[in-house]
Write a protein that binds this ligand. Sequence first.
Ligand code: SF4
Length: 478
Amino acid sequence: MHLVPQGSQPPAPVHKTFAGDSALAAKYARPGPRYTSYPTAPQFDDAGAVARCQDWLQSQSGAPITPLSLYVHLPFCRDICYYCACNKVVTRDDSAADAYLQRLEREIEQRASLHGARRPVTQLHWGGGTPTFLEAADLTRLMHQLASHFHLLDRPEREYSIEIDPRTVDTDKLALLKGLGFNRISLGIQDFDPLVQKAINRLQPFGQVAQIVDSVRRLGFTSLGFDLIYGLPHQDRQSMTETLARVIALRPDRIACFNYAHLPGRFASQRAIDRLQLPSPAEKLQLQQQVSRGLCEAGYVHIGMDHFVLPGDELAVAQARGRLQRNFQGYAVHLADDLVGLGVSAISQVGDFYLQNERELEQYYRRIDAGETALSRGCQLSAEDRLRRFVIMSLACDLRLDIEECERRFEIDFARHFAAELPRLQSLAEDGLVTFTADYIRVTGSGRAFLRNICMLFDAYLPQAGGEPNAQYYSATV
Ligand code: SF4
């Protein structure tokens, strides 16, 4: 293969912090995917993929037993957070949970027989919505239902996690979750500043969170994670300094800091957010830098695009060993090849297929009540998709692409195959976002803030020259 080499310097180490500038922010702020999958969700438009995947699974019945990941989507929330882009149902009606669990139980039964009930479940994640909307009896009922159809584990290496809205739990509920087998907790924090919390309709005082953190520690959960968001209304350097100080004081094991996606045309609740109170792309980039620098100085290791972990955390080890994966929850250790998503809108990744469940609650109920599968659409990866997924996920997880490995694995000449992409790669290099040689493409310290833009270069489904990706569907990359 032949690439235009960028000097003969050895590959640069990935910087712990990055230095961006407002000109780059203005140049690269454009709508783009987050690459929790490739192809991304807009390409899950093939209804025939469901039947083909089911046929393929049946043909695999004699295959060796391999580990499995499970995701369970629990969509209910008591209050709306204005920034929210999740698939959720806001209700104060507790009976909604019972109707949902009845359908979920039938789906669990169906899917266990389809995917293999004996496969050890190494990873389990309950997300939402607000999983802890469920009362204690319903949480127990659901875990028992899963355990009676899938092979759940009690080994300490399992990763069983649940997303928690701090406003919905007390020590008793946390103790119950521990007893049910969860060993990882992820708390939705977003920001500690009262003005920001008011603007997003999510009031949760620091003292309330600190108490939960204390209970989580005392109960002996293996890992505590915080979700933060930058780019929210009223956030500035001062408010972020205070939020970071409070986060660091509580010292969670993992922190995910997401870029707020303002898409009011798509998510009605976001219309309650005053656009004029939102930071500009350049200010967002500064906030992102501030978070990255602050957390790295506090001893956290930067993982991929937007995760930070304490040294020694499994994600840091996995990144060093090239076993990091990006999935619908962000970054994870690769413990299973297949992910089975259960519940309304849940996405599964099985073999060469991505499949998504019915996204509307009524339609989900209708399918389950009729004895049908809840899977409604998806896509089957082509050879070209698999190659591009490897390239994109290598950049998103490892911040580099080993070109020789890519050529060997996919039997291609990289420079010939990606001839159309190389001039644009050169342009990224001129902006200091990547370096490339005949052997590697590496994301620089500055480029980390633009990882989504770098990945977009290899996305065959985006308009590459001239046109813009769909601004209604994708959030701004910066
Ligand atoms: S952010 Fe979470 S708790 Fe808030 S409405 Fe969305 S899913 Fe519900």
